[in-house]
Design a protein around this ligand. Structure first.
Ligand code: EPU
Length: 296
């Protein structure tokens, strides 16, 4: 099959970006694609790379526009797999990190507990070097299997990747990741996971549609604390509200739009700059109407 035929076959009909968005916002796209094999992906990758695409993974920190002029690539129909052999775990990028950590825990393979409760897929966590409690996957990665713009598979050893605060140098589509778990007792892993999930439940508004933390923490500061101290908890624009539980979260209190969230973000930035002389940087990714390339 050629690229056009594959594209046609994997295009989802009657779906909107809000169906996949954690904050339940987003309209149409040029195409919302859900390949069911890596081979299909390889065939369409040159076509997509030339035109621009957005690989959304778990889409847990993406704000989608009302109308996106590009292709959105979902990983929900790709095969999911977690294997663990002789100290190395191979996990496909579309596995939810909570499912991954429970599967590995059953084999006394730990080290990923800090990811507990993050509603993300492994590919996205690796690509943006996401983390919590001061930890990221950086030191637990052995290598990353990617598809390049031509659709060729490559293995990138961890030493060749540049990891920064919520960024990496990876631009290709991540297919799977080889991880180096720590040997740990499964009961110890479960106890730590339960503890972290309880902490997250009590300090974050997980029962409302949200995008996770909106802003990065400035050096030696907490964005949530700063926003809270500026009196912004509960500030509302349209259906978008600064959470009363954690001020670095914006929740969709019903009917929030793309522009409501953007206006609230601008407002928070303006107030924090005025009151505290600190320029907050976004941690979420705002997807603009026009095409942009690769994200997971
Ligand atoms: N705080 C307030 N008011 C608030 C929120 C927080 O005073 O509204 C205070 C807390 O009491 C605490 C301090 O600020 O003393 C830090 O808060 P917290 O422990 O919640 O951590 P954080 O720095 O706000 C970071 C990550 C979170 C991650 C938590 C737990 C960033 C930007 N945020 O939050 O990640 O879940 O630590 O490790 O790195 C995310 O990535 O989406 C995210 C939410």
């Amino acid at each position: 099959m050629n690229d056009k035929q594959v594209l046609e076959m994997i295009t989802l009909k009657d779906v909107r970006l809000s169906d996949f968005s954690h904050i339940r916002i987003g309209g149409s796209a040029r195409g919302i694609l859900a390949p069911s094999s890596v081979d299909e992906l390889r065939v369409i990758m040159p076509y997509l790379s030339e035109r621009g695409y957005l690989a959304v993974g778990g889409a847990s920190n993406l704000l989608f526009p009302d109308c996106y002029d590009g292709y959105v690539l979902l990983d929900e129909k790709l095969p999911r797999d977690v294997t663990y052999d002789r100290g190395v775990a191979n996990v496909t990028a579309n596995v939810n990190v909570n499912a991954m950590l429970m599967k590995l825990a059953a084999q006394d393979a730990g080290g990923f507990e800090f990811l507990a409760g993050i509603p993300a897929h492994l590919g996205g966590v690796v690509k943006m070097n996401a983390g919590a409690y001061g930890k990221t996957l950086q030191t637990l990665i052995h290598s990353i299997e990617v598809l390049d713009a031509e659709g060729k598979r490559n293995i990138i050893p961890a030493e060749r990747v540049k990891f920064g605060y919520r960024t990496t140098s990876i631009r290709e589509y991540i297919v799977s990741v080889n991880l180096l778990p720590e040997e740990m007792d499964r009961r110890e892993i479960k106890a730590r996971v339960d503890e972290l999930i309880a902490m997250r439940r009590s300090s974050q508004p997980l029962n409302m549609p949200n995008l996770g933390c909106i802003f990065k923490n400035p050096p030696y500061e907490s964005a949530g604390k700063l926003i809270d101290e500026c009196g912004l908890k509960g500030k509302r624009i349209g259906g978008a509200v600064v959470s009363d539980v954690h001020a670095n979260f914006i929740v969709n209190a019903g009917g929030a739009t793309y522009s409501d969230v953007l206006s609230l973000i601008d407002h928070i930035r303006e107030i924090v700059l005025r009151e505290r002389d600190i320029q907050l940087e976004l941690e979420i990714e705002v997807v603009h109407h026009e095409t942009q390339t690769t994200r997971q």
